[in-house]
Design a protein around this ligand. Structure first.
Ligand SMILES: Cc1cc2nc3c(=O)[nH]c(=O)nc-3n(C[C@H](O)[C@H](O)[C@H](O)COP(=O)(O)O)c2cc1C
Length: 186
């Protein structure tokens, strides 16, 4: 989100009720019960006081513009994507705005990137991922690389964020791409 915001992209932020718990437990960011962001939340997420390009929507708000293919959203990232959400998106079950917006991406042939991080995977998870990939989504598991010798957790997270931006066809400097040993800088 920070990289997208730095490039001036408008971001619609949606979080499921369970995602709200994950945000609280993992990032110590507490949202209102409806999942909508306060100004303080926006500042925490973007790491800067200017959050004018971050739009927060409740995930039960099925009247939001991104529920329709006529909206101009150019792509969507579901990160982290729980196995429950992945299953529902793979089967076209639009029970909330996250799933409906993902469904819209698929029907409009726009990029949908789903980032699971479950491990190990059962055969239901694997089948749903195949189904979703065949429907046009990119399955981008949160699996960091180590060739760039990450020094901290931020470096690992930046690698995944960079791969997501790659998936959207956007430039970034979040990590250095792999170079063949002959081309490496000394
Ligand atoms: C701190 C925390 C982390 C979690 N991480 C994951 C995860 O990485 N992958 C996953 O599939 N479920 C994870 N879960 C479980 C999901 O939150 C749970 O399956 C939930 O029902 C998914 O809701 P959703 O389908 O609305 O995303 C986690 C739960 C908690 C509390």
């Amino acid at each position: 989100m920070r990289a997208l915001s730095a490039q001036g992209h408008k971001i619609y932020f949606l979080v499921s009720p369970q995602g709200r718990i994950v945000l609280r437990e993992e990032l110590r960011i507490s949202l209102s019960p409806g999942g909508e962001l306060s100004g303080q939340n926006k500042e925490q997420l973007l790491g800067k006081p200017d959050y004018s390009n971050l739009v927060s929507l409740g995930c039960s708000n099925m009247e939001a513009e991104i529920a329709s293919g006529t909206a101009a959203a150019q792509g969507m990232i579901v990160v982290p994507c729980s196995m429950g959400a992945l299953a529902r998106i793979a089967r076209g079950i639009s029970s909330n705005l996250i799933e409906r917006a993902a469904d819209v991406m698929l029907k409009e042939r726009r990029p949908l990137i789903c980032c699971p991080r479950e491990t190990p995977l059962n055969i239901i998870h694997l089948r749903n991922m195949l189904h979703l990939a065949q429907a046009g989504a990119q399955i981008l598991p949160c699996m960091p690389a180590f060739y760039h010798h990450p020094q901290n957790l931020e470096d690992l997270a930046d690698f995944i964020a960079g791969r997501i931006l790659d998936g959207l066809g956007l430039d970034h400097k979040l990590f250095s791409p792999w170079q063949a040993p002959d081309n490496k800088q000394p």
